[in-house]
Design a protein around this ligand. Structure first.
Ligand code: HEC
Length: 109
């Protein structure tokens, strides 16, 4: 449990318009399912696929701060700023990244 997890759950529940239910209860899951999934699940526009450890390893190696920065700023041409969630807070984006990263580590099931 990281310090921002609890805060993010509150923000996600308060700030989003509902619709996607949270299966695992990870604070980033709803944001991921709504905004990031469309590209990162299938690897659209050569996005690193969620669960693809090889694609994520060099990105994870850059560190969470770097990943958050490239999510906020976008990575032209494929990755849009804020991952298309222009209303997301940094905490929500960080949680969504964490959700993908947690599922994309080599040792994860
Ligand atoms: C329109 C498609 C699209 C959407 C939507 C999208 N991404 Fe991406 N994302 C990409 C692509 C393409 C890349 C690869 C960019 C590159 O390295 O060239 C990427 C890369 C990334 C990276 C790695 C950046 C790095 O520094 O290596 C992170 C982290 C990321 N996305 C997070 C997110 C999050 C979080 C969301 C949802 C809030 C999201 N993305 C939504 C297409 C998308």
């Amino acid at each position: 449990m990281k310090w921002w997890h609890a805060a993010v759950v509150g923000l996600a529940l308060a700030g989003c318009d509902g619709g996607v239910d949270s299966g695992s209860g990870h604070p980033g899951e709803q944001t991921y399912n709504r905004y990031c999934f469309s590209c990162h699940a299938a690897g659209i526009a050569s996005a690193p696929r969620t669960g693809d450890a090889d694609a994520w390893a060099p990105r994870i190696a850059k560190g969470m701060d770097a990943l958050l920065q490239s999510t906020i700023q976008g990575v032209p041409p494929g990755m849009p700023p804020y991952g298309l969630c222009s209303s997301c807070s940094e905490e929500e984006l960080a949680a969504a990244i964490d959700y993908m990263v947690e599922r994309s580590r080599p040792e994860s099931p």
